[in-house]
Design a protein around this ligand. Structure first.
Ligand code: HEM
Ligand code: HEM
Length: 186
């Protein structure tokens, strides 16, 4: 059993302080960047670059960070994701202490989307790509398309919270979740 899982206690540490700070700062930066787009460009660029830096730090944590931060812990293939979604449809999905397979796929999608937005945003400030239509279009499509991902992400979080009778949003604040039972995947 992993060191972070302490038996005899009802709550165990799952999300490190870094992951929690990363998550809520990313939410803030993406929200500010989106709301300021086409309006206050200094604020837009500052928030957008900050989001990009957060993603870069998350890539390092995904390789070297704590147990539940590591990509190896939660990134699954398409087969495992489909199987998990079929289990959800049949109301028989197991509880995961870290990200479940569908949640893990969504985490990757969100990270890639923010990275793509920040990259195409920065490209628009360079001589080589300034005014290039595909760069502007990609930035707009990803910048607005991320709202769909966020909607699905929050929907998935709420669904999993209801199904497993635990407040996952609070867990992303406190870092703690209910200790795993025998049927759960730790
Ligand atoms: C701009 C909007 C958002 C983005 C870009 C975003 C991104 C992410 C990312 C990247 C993770 C993975 C955390 C990690 O392992 O590093 C995550 C997890 C999580 N997010 Fe968000 N998030 C957003 C909005 C929200 C909101 C509004 C909520 C609350 C309703 C929320 C609740 C959560 C929770 C509970 C988890 C953990 C999921 C789990 O238990 O597997 N997120 N989010
Ligand atoms: C998470 C980060 C970001 C998000 C969510 C985001 C989102 C958006 C959105 C939604 C638009 C408006 C598209 C439209 O007209 O429908 C936009 C425009 C733009 N963004 Fe970003 N962006 C981000 C980061 C950046 C960065 C880092 C830069 C550059 C430093 C940047 C530069 C621009 C520019 C130059 C425009 C065009 C403004 C205009 O035509 O008025 N963005 N962005």
């Amino acid at each position: 059993m992993d060191a972070t899982v302490s038996t005899g206690k009802s709550l165990v540490k799952v999300w490190s302080p870094y992951i929690r700070l990363f998550h809520w700062l990313l939410v803030l930066c993406v929200a500010v960047a989106w709301l300021s787009s086409g309006e206050i460009m200094k604020v837009h660029e500052l928030a957008g670059y900050s989001a990009g830096i957060l993603i870069a730090s998350r890539l390092i944590a995904g390789l070297l960070g704590s147990r539940y931060a590591r990509f190896r812990q939660f990134v699954r293939g398409p087969g495992a994701v489909t199987e998990y979604l079929a289990d959800v449809a049949h109301r028989r999905e197991r509880r995961y202490l870290g990200h479940n397979p569908a949640g893990g796929a969504m985490v990757l999608a969100l990270l890639c989307c923010v990275a793509g937005i920040a990259l195409t945003g920065w490209m628009q400030t360079t001589d080589a790509y300034w005014g290039v239509a595909w760069v502007e279009d990609t930035h707009k499509i990803l910048g607005n398309g991320i709202l769909v991902l966020i909607g699905l992400h929050v929907g998935g979080v709420l669904l999993a919270s209801l199904r497993h009778h635990e407040n996952l949003v609070r867990a992303m604040v406190t870092g703690r979740k209910r200790a795993p039972s025998r049927d759960d995947i730790a």
